[in-house]
Design a protein around this ligand. Structure first.
Ligand code: FNR
Length: 369
C-alpha cells in the first residue's frame, strides 16, 4: 500500500479513509441528513455530457486564467475547509505551501487550526482569500477581517449558507470533537495557545462554542456593514439562485460562489452545477461566478466553465491529499486535477480557457440519455 499511487481523487479518498481516525474521516466526508445532495453533487456532473470539436491544433495549450486580477495556473481555487490539522500535523500550512507552489489561490477557513498570520508566514506573498462567518459579537468579526487584511489576504469569502450548522448524523454518533491538542487558532489570543490551552477552551469545547457564536440574524444589510469595515473585495459563498445573485450584485459584492457547502447544510437542495447557469444569468456579467461542491475531475472543471464559471473550488479533495501525504499529498492532488483539466480541455478541442463554449455541454436525463 505504501507504494500505491492514487491516480484520481476517489483513490485519494480511499487512501485517506484508511489513514484517518473514523471520527475525522466521517467529519470530512459527511453531508447533512440523508446525504441526497452529497450524492447528487457528483451525479449532476455525470448527467452533463461533453461535446468535443475535432481537428483543432492543441499543440500549444494554455490553461491559465486570471481570478479577481490575480493570475492562476488553472481555473481552480482551494475552498475553505475547517480544522485541517486533523488530517495532517502540518495542516493549513501544508495546504498554503502546496497552493503557492502550484500557483493557485487558497481560501483559509476562519475555523482553521492554524492562525491567519501563521498561514500567511508559511507561504509569504502567495495569493490567499479569507473565509468569514459573522458572529453575534461584531467586534470579534471585525477583528478577524482586520487581521486577514493586515496579513495580506486579498479577499473575504463571506459564507452565507450557514446561519446555523447543518445536521451531520455521523458526527452526532461519533460525538465529534476537535482533538484536544488542536485549537480553533483564530479564536485563541496570539501567544496564549500553549500557556492557557485549557482556559482558552481547547478542543471540542472551543469548537462547539465558536459554532454557537454564529449570528443567525445575518442579512443583506450586513454586506454594507462588512464593506464599511474593509477595503477587501467581498465574495458571497453559498448563493444558488438567480434572485439572490441579482441582490448580491446590487449590494456591491465582488464575486459569487455557487456552493451548497459540499452538501453539509440543507439536504435535498439542488446540486450546484444545476444552479450555476441561473446564478450566472443573475450576475449579468458584472461579477465573476465560481462554483464548488462535487468537483472531482478535470471534466467537471471544463463543464463548470462552459456553464459560465470563472473557476471551480475544491474542498474535500485537498483534505484527502493532506491526509495521504501532507504538503506533497496536496501538491499531487492539485497536479492531478491540473493534468486532468488540461487533457479534458484539449480533447474538447480547446487551446485555452477562452475557447470554452456553452455548446460543449449537454444535459442528459437522470438515466443518462
Ligand atoms: C467545509 N466547507 C466550509 N465552508 C466554509 O465556508 N467554511 C468552513 O469552515 C468550511 N469547512 C468545511 C469543512 C469540511 C470538512 C468540508 C468538507 C467542507 C465547505 C467548503 O468550503 C466547500 O464549499 C465544499 O467542501 C465543496 O465541496 P467538495 O469539493 O468538498 O465536494
Amino acid at each position: 500500500l505504501a507504494h500505491f499511487e492514487p491516480v484520481n481523487l476517489y483513490e485519494f479518498e480511499a487512501l485517506a479513509k484508511l489513514k484517518l481516525p473514523k471520527m475525522v474521516y466521517d467529519y470530512y466526508s459527511s453531508g447533512a441528513d440523508d446525504q441526497y445532495t452529497l450524492a447528487d453533487n457528483i451525479e449532476a456532473f455525470k448527467r452533463l455530457r461533453l461535446v468535443p470539436r475535432v481537428l483543432v491544433d492543441i499543440s500549444a495549450q494554455d490553461i491559465s486564467t486570471t481570478i479577481l486580477g490575480v493570475p492562476s495556473s488553472f481555473p481552480l481555487v482551494i475552498a475553505p475547509t475547517a480544522m485541517q490539522r486533523m488530517a495532517h500535523p502540518d495542516g493549513e500550512c501544508a495546504t498554503a505551501r502546496a497552493a503557492a507552489k502550484n500557483g493557485v489561490i487558497m481560501t483559509l477557513s476562519s475555523w482553521s487550526t492554524t492562525s491567519i498570520e501563521q498561514v500567511a508566514k508559511a507561504a509569504p506573498g502567495a495569493p490567499r482569500w479569507f473565509q468569514l462567518y459573522v458572529y453575534k459579537d461584531r467586534d470579534v468579526t471585525a477583528k478577524l477581517v482586520r487581521r486577514a487584511e493586515k496579513a495580506g489576504y486579498l479577499a473575504i469569502a463571506l459564507t452565507v449558507d450557514t446561519p446555523r450548522l447543518g445536521r451531520r448524523e455521523a458526527d452526532i454518533h461519533n460525538k465529534f470533537s476537535l482533538p484536544s491538542h488542536l485549537t480553533m487558532a483564530n479564536f485563541v489570543e496570539e501567544g496564549d495557545a500553549e500557556k492557557s490551552h485549557m482556559e482558552q477552551g481547547a478542543g471540542s469545547g472551543l469548537a462547539a462554542y465558536v459554532a454557537s457564536l454564529i449570528d443567525r440574524s445575518l442579512s443583506w444589510k450586513d454586506i454594507a456593514w462588512l464593506k464599511s469595515i474593509t477595503r477587501l473585495p467581498i465574495l458571497v459563498k453559498g448563493v444558488v439562485t438567480r434572485a439572490d445573485a441579482e441582490i448580491a450584485v446590487r449590494n456591491g459584492v465582488a464575486g459569487i460562489i455557487v456552493s451548497n457547502h459540499g452538501a453539509r447544510q440543507l439536504d435535498t437542495s439542488l446540486a450546484t452545477i444545476d444552479c450555476l447557469e441561473e446564478v450566472v444569468a443573475g450576475a449579468q456579467g458584472k461579477v465573476p461566478v465560481f462554483v464548488d461542491s462535487g468537483v472531482r475531475r478535470g471534466t467537471d472543471i471544463v463543464k463548470s466553465l462552459a456553464l459560465g464559471a470563472q473557476a471551480v473550488q475544491i474542498g474535500r479533495g485537498v483534505l484527502w491529499g493532506l491526509a495521504v501525504g501532507g504538503e506533497e499529498g496536496v501538491d499531487r492532488v492539485l497536479k492531478l486535477l491540473r493534468d486532468e483539466f488540461e487533457l479534458a480541455l484539449g480533447l474538447c478541442g480547446c487551446r485555452s480557457v477562452k475557447d470554452i463554449r456553452r455548446e460543449m455541454v449537454v444535459r442528459t436525463t437522470s438515466e443518462g440519455k
